[in-house]
Design a binder for this molecule. Structure first.
Ligand SMILES: [Zn+2]
Length: 251
């Protein structure tokens, strides 16, 4: 297997690289020369911001092997930069002790594996603050049940019973009931909050997924300024995030 080509592919989405290795290893070579689209001056810069996508290259279990530079990895994790490393299959290979060490450090520091494919794994930090927004659906956004931005920073949720995610939607009976005034807003609210408590139990994994996003936007057909369950859902989200120890607010 051509490791140079594999690593060039792995790191082509990165703007920086953290690389250290014993002389003669590919990690050593990259630390001096870069790899693929990563030029030498993009390696081991020591300065990191949250928008950085930093590749990590480390030694496997070879003579004199070196682990990742922890001082620099700490800076990367403190900044909350995205990290790119070997995928889970390569990381699991017996030889790849350095890769496993990096995964362990990431997990210990509030990172999760956001993407794991043939080429690479991409790691992001759980945010400490989550902003929840609400908006009216447009013909364009109504086509999505949900939509996440690349690297998963933003999440859009269509919360309507007509075209959205059922786990956050009211029932048709509730929608028609409140429209025809057979159901008061108080009754609707009580029903909806009960449903969301149920949803939290039934769809627990999906609710936990919400913790990965810095910003979540909830949308419904109701015009701005009118009563709408999207505002109730936003409050449910904020309550849940706050219980998890995060800063969360409706904006
Ligand atoms: Zn609505």
């Amino acid at each position: 297997m051509d490791y140079r080509q594999k690593d060039a592919d792995k790191f082509k989405i990165c703007n920086k690289l953290l690389s250290r290795g014993v002389k003669g290893s590919s990690s050593y070579h990259y630390s001096k020369n870069g790899i693929g689209s990563i030029k030498a001056d993009m390696v081991n810069t020591g300065v990191y911001v949250s928008s950085d996508v930093v590749g990590i290259s480390v030694n496997g279990n070879r003579k004199g092997s070196k682990l990742v530079n922890m001082a620099q990895l700490k800076k990367i994790m403190t900044a909350g930069a995205t990290v790119v490393k070997d995928n889970s299959i390569h990381t699991a290979r017996v030889f790849n002790t350095g890769e496993r060490h990096v995964s362990k450090m990431l997990l210990k520091n509030n990172y999760y594996c956001q993407q794991d494919n043939k080429t690479r794994s991409v790691w992001r930090k759980f945010p400490s603050t989550i902003i929840v927004k609400t908006e009216q659906l447009t013909p364009k956004t109504a086509r999505f049940k949900s939509e996440r931005s690349p690297f998963g920073r933003y999440l859009f949720i269509n919360a309507t019973v007509k075209s959205g995610l059922k786990m956050f939607a009211p029932t048709w009976d509730m929608v028609r009931g409140v429209q025809s005034h057979k159901l008061t807003i108080q009754q609707y609210t009580a029903k909806y909050l009960t449903m969301m408590r149920e949803s939290f139990k039934i769809n627990h994994t999906a609710w936990l997924e919400l913790l990965k996003f810095e910003e979540i936007k909830i949308a419904c057909y109701c015009p701005d300024g009118k009563f709408c369950h999207r505002h109730l859902l936003a409050e449910c989200f904020v309550q849940f995030f706050t219980k998890q120890g995060l800063n969360a607010r409706v904006a």
